[in-house]
Write a protein that binds this ligand. Structure first.
Ligand code: ADP
Ligand code: MG
Length: 366
């Protein structure tokens, strides 16, 4: 985590309902000063709702919001000292770059000389020196996005909020601006909440990631924590990739479960995360990179060694090769690695894994 000197933001039981739709279930969240936290989740999971509640653009149905020591639950947006960057940039189209930046400072009655100084500093921060007098419509998408960030930063917000700010940029430019945003954060350490549906972007930028699904924070942690111990099958499939065959758990003790895996025709013992219980829906998580392919020795091989499967697809990814596999029970699995060069579509193989690389997780359903 980047330098943390206290709590910047605290949410308690924060909730938003639109009639019968609960956009945000009661949510608790603490964000440290200087932290970069990402809300990651599919479309409709409540990310924008949560961000707009913090900004004060949306009224909560319940709960409280603190910024530093202040309870701002009923404070109007313009008095919360929050910087916001939208996917659409929302720049004033008929103003120059400098006028866009000065707007928020003028509204706060900052003296003219100081406005000029702060606008220059914010432009420099985003590598936009000399662009102050340009009309924003004369600038490229990437430049407009930088202006939007500069405009959010110029007011020296207590918290910087960004809602899918790179969504309108092409992939290459997005990668470039991600790295810039990360550098900017490491250098200035402004508390930031960033929204994206792109897991790669979340991994590049964040100190911690809150994975959202169905109006709830499903899990909060560092990228490494979410990857190693996903709380459920939704997280396992959303952070990185995973094979997730059904697991029928028969017993759980000491962090280990006994389970039948019908798709693999196996009974196994594997570590579990909280929430796994006999009879409750569960899945076995096997990451593609943890699935080993052993050439099939053919007749006479010990049938206990691994699971028989046929390679139905081979995709070259450069350094790695990805294999689509069909087990004898008709289950589809994905493996990825450097081993198995020379294996081809149609070959039969045996699959294995190290027991400490798999995990049984609760099944969260579709
Ligand atoms: P995300 O940003 O993760 O895509 P949103 O926060 O925009 O998700 O939406 C969460 C849920 O709340 C969705 O089901 C959406 O349809 C609903 N929702 C959001 N805003 C409104 C609104 N103004 N009126 C009614 N429903 C809304
Ligand atoms: Mg959204």
């Amino acid at each position: 985590m980047t330098e943390t000197t206290g709590l910047a933001l605290g949410l308690r039981a924060l909730t938003k309902r639109y009639g019968p739709v609960t956009a945000l279930e009661p949510t608790d969240l603490d964000i440290g000063a200087g932290e970069f936290l990402t809300l990651l989740g599919p479309s409709g999971s409540g990310k924008t709702t949560l961000l707009n509640l913090i900004a004060g653009y949306t009224e909560p149905s319940g709960g409280t919001i603190r910024i530093g020591a202040r309870d701002v639950t009923r404070t109007p947006a313009r008095h919360r000292n929050i910087g916001m960057v939208f996917q659409s940039y929302a720049l004033f189209p008929h103003m120059t770059v400098a006028q866009n930046l000065a707007y928020g400072l003028e509204a706060r009655r900052v003296p003219k000389a100081e406005i000029a100084r702060r606008v220059e500093a914010a432009l420099a921060l985003m590598q936009l020196e000399g662009y102050g007098n340009r009309g924003v419509q004369q600038m490229s998408g990437g430049q407009q996005q930088r202006v939007a960030v500069a405009r959010a930063l110029v007011i020296e917000p207590d918290v910087l909020l960004m809602d899918e700010p790179l969504g309108a940029l092409d992939r290459q430019l997005r990668r470039q601006v991600q790295v810039e945003l990360r550098r900017l954060h490491l250098k200035h350490g402004r508390t930031t909440i960033y929204v994206t549906h792109d897991q790669e972007e979340a991994l590049v930028l964040s100190d911690r990631i809150a994975v959202m699904g169905k109006g709830r924070i499903q899990q909060l942690g560092s990228a490494a924590e979410l990857y190693a111990r996903p709380a459920n099958s939704f997280i396992a499939g959303f952070i990185g990739e995973s094979n997730l065959p059904e697991a029928r758990v028969t017993s759980v003790a000491g962090g280990m479960a006994l389970a039948d895996i019908p798709a693999l025709g196996l009974s196994i013992e594997a570590p579990v995360v909280p929430g796994v219980a006999p009879g409750a829906p569960a899945r076995l998580m096997i990451r593609p990179e943890h699935l080993r392919l052993l050439p099939d020795a053919g007749e006479g091989q010990d049938a206990g060694e691994g699971i028989g499967a046929r390679i139905i697809e081979v995709i070259y990814l450069g350094e790695l090769t990805q294999f689509g596999l069909e087990t004898s029970r008709g289950a589809f699995l994905v493996a990825r690695g450097m081993e198995g060069r020379g294996l081809r579509q149609g070959d039969t193989v045996r699959l294995g894994w190290s027991p400490r690389d798999v995990l049984i997780v609760p099944d969260t359903g579709p």
